[in-house]
Structure formats: C-alpha cells, structure tokens
Design a protein around this ligand. Structure first.
Ligand SMILES: Nc1ncnc2c1ncn2[C@@H]1O[C@H](COP(=O)(O)OP(=O)(O)O)[C@@H](O)[C@H]1O
Ligand SMILES: [Mg+2]
Length: 222
C-alpha cells in the first residue's frame, strides 16, 4: 500500500532534471527524511538492460517496440523499486516517468496519447506521481547544456534527435502541465542558477507536504 510521497522530474534534455533531483534528494536526506532517488528508463538490473537497448541499440526500434520496451522497464521499476519504497514510507524521487512517454512517444513522435495512457496505467498499476516538477527550457538552451555535458560523458540516441523534435516534446509537456495543474509545478526559464531553481522546488515541496518533518533549516527556506 502506498504511504510515501512520489515525486517526478520531467523536461527536455538538458533542462536540469538530474541536477534538481539530486539536489532535492540531498536536502531531504540531510533533513533525515528517508529518500530514494531513481530514474527512468532503468532503476533495476533488468530495467537498466532495457535502458541500454533503448538508448544505445545499433538498430532503431519500431515505434511500437519502443513504447513496449519503455512500458516493460517501467513495470519492473514500479514493482521492484518504487512501490516497495513508497510502502516503507520513503520519499521517492524519479527522473522521468509516465509523462516522458506521453511527451516523447505520444505528442512528439505522433503515437496516440490515449493508447499510451492505457499502457502507462497497465505498466504502473495506476501509480500517479503526487507532484511533478516540469523544468521548462527552450530546446536550444537545453541543447547548449547537453553539448557541454556530452563532450564530457558522450551522448545517446534520444539526445541525438534534434531541436524540432525537442520543441514538440516541450509543447507536449506544457499541455500535460496545463491539463493537470494541481499535480504539476512548472518551472520556467534558464536564467536562474541551480541553487535558485532548487529553492523554488524546496518551497513548493514544503507547501505541498507540510507534514514532512524538516528542521529549522528547511522551514527557513520558505
Ligand atoms: N540552472 C542551471 N543553470 C545552468 N546550468 C545548469 C542548470 N541546471 C543544470 N545545469 C547544467 O546543465 C546540464 C544539464 O543538466 P542535467 O541536470 O543533466 O539535465 P537533464 O538531466 O534534464 O538532462 C548539466 O551540465 C548541468 O550542470
Ligand atoms: Mg538527466
């Protein structure tokens, strides 16, 4: 049974998901809140193998194959990692989740979003994030950041798809956020430092979950 809090980070490549997921997890951990940080696709041994297939396969998967592989990885991740951690009462922070599939494979790649919603529900058993941070950035701003990062750690198949695709993804995300304004927290712009964005995230987190026991350091941030 779900008891913990499920937080997801969404946004195009380079928008700062990894950075902000890690900063939030570090802050909660420092406050003594049991926290688990994970990512999609991946998060379990089997799901990480599927991630490698998706991101680094020599052969492009058919659209249906791609959707099914994401769903398979997600089902494993939810069943083996996310739900058990939530049942223990942890705050689970996940980089990318069902909204990524809707934005990328649905809105951007042109597959029926309704079908993808059904696949998502099947894969997750109906698990929906309690709060989703959408980091919004123009694709060329994201691209600049990714290029800096890529020269350090190499790029992958998804990140190689180009700016017009990223813009479609971005618009898909914005539609999702508009449709579910209660669940989403939209953070716009690239002119803020990592710390400034983190502070906005922290304030929203405390607003949404005031019962989380954080010390004076955390409350002082409000
Ligand atoms: N607010 C920010 N301002 C400037 N650079 C940032 C900011 N947030 C993240 N970055 C940098 O941009 C790059 C992409 O960030 P990352 O967190 O990996 O994005 P994502 O996980 O969404 O692809 C990294 O090199 C990161 O250090
Ligand atoms: Mg990342």
């Amino acid at each position: 049974m779900k008891q913990g809090i499920f937080i997801t980070f969404e946004g195009i490549d380079g928008s700062g998901k990894s950075t902000q997921a890690q900063m939030l997890a570090a802050r909660l951990t420092a406050e003594g809140v049991p926290t688990l940080i994970t990512r999609e696709p991946g998060g379990t041994v089997l799901a990480e193998k599927i991630r490698d297939l998706l991101l680094f396969a020599e052969e492009d998967p058919a659209p249906e194959t791609e959707i099914l592989l994401y769903a398979a990885a997600r089902a494993q991740h939810v069943g083996k990692v996310i739900r058990p951690a939530l049942a223990r009462g942890a705050v689970v922070i996940c980089e990318r989740f069902t909204d990524s599939t809707l934005a990328y494979q649905g809105f951007a790649a042109g597959n029926d979003p309704e079908l993808i919603r059904q696949m998502n529900t099947f894969a997750t058993g109906g698990l929906v994030p309690d709060l989703t941070f959408l980091l919004d950035l123009t694709p060329d701003q994201g691209w600049r950041r990714v290029q800096e990062r890529s020269s350090r750690i190499g790029t992958d198949r998804i990140e190689a798809r180009g700016l017009s695709f990223q813009e479609k993804v971005r618009q898909g995300y914005l539609r999702l956020a508009a449709a579910e304004a209660e669940r989403f927290c939209l953070l716009t712009g690239s002119d803020r430092t990592k710390e400034e964005v983190h502070q906005q995230i922290w304030v929203r987190f405390l607003e949404k979950f005031p019962f989380i026991p954080v010390g004076s350091k955390g409350k002082g941030g409000k």
